[in-house]
Design a protein around this ligand. Structure first.
Ligand code: TYD
Length: 208
């Protein structure tokens, strides 16, 4: 039997409150309607190891310095890539992730000031080929995002200036990798946000 075409790996990104998980559900329906197998994952988490790391990272009472924070995100992500994402893509399944390595580049690289290239360098070895094919940046003003946020976690509670740096980091990334990014206005109705992402994914994700 011939190998199935590799699936397509879509990351939903943006600051807190951009509505990524709601958009993920609608986007998955569109992908499934087009006849693809599709699954969702979230970061940090998605594996038993990753969920434990998630707890350490997001505990509002915890204390994690910037580099350990970046390395823990990278560790959880590498486990998810090896256990779940890469096998799914190899089986032809499309994967929609709520956050990805690009969150680390924006939050730890730009937000914490570790440098996006340095953070990219510590993530790349654990991910190998499992890098998002398409990154959908859900654009939203920081004040809007904060007002939509429910209970802030340790990182989301870091404040307006921090999230300004994160939002700017995402924008710079989208401009430096235009072939990988689609930027979508997250203040639109969720169906419109998902449809805009699907339109690009459908074109870029079809294998001839
Ligand atoms: P989460 O509960 O997934 O919330 P949301 O995506 O709705 O904001 O929280 C994840 C938090 O971790 C969020 O504040 C962003 C942050 N984060 C990073 O700082 N770096 C990363 O690499 C990832 C994946 C998340």
């Amino acid at each position: 039997m011939s190998q199935p075409d590799r699936g397509f790996y879509i990351a939903l990104e943006g600051i807190e409150g951009a509505g990524k998980s709601t958009v993920a559900a609608v986007l998955c329906d569109l992908i499934a309607d087009a006849g693809h197998n599709v699954m969702t994952v979230r970061e940090p988490g998605g594996t038993p190891t990753g969920e434990k790391v998630r707890h350490v990272l997001l505990d509002p009472d915890g204390s994690v310095a910037p580099w350990p924070e970046a390395l823990l995100f990278a560790a959880a992500r590498a486990q998810l890539a090896v256990d779940i994402v890469e096998p799914a893509l190899q089986a032809g399944t499309w994967v929609v992730t709520d956050r990805s390595v690009y969150s680390s580049l924006a939050y730890q690289g730009a937000g914490r000031g570790l440098g996006t290239e340095q953070v990219r360098a510590v993530n790349a070895p654990g991910l190998g080929p499992t890098w998002p094919d398409l990154v959908a940046l859900l654009q939203l003003g920081v004040a809007d995002g904060l007002s939509r946020q429910q209970v802030p976690d340790r990182i989301g509670a870091a404040g307006h200036e921090f999230l300004d740096r994160v939002a700017h980091g995402f924008l710079v990334l989208s401009e430096s990798e235009p072939e990988r990014f689609v930027v979508v206005d997250a203040t639109q109705p969720v169906d419109d946000v998902a449809a805009a992402i699907w339109k690009v994914a459908r074109d870029r994700g079809s294998h001839g």
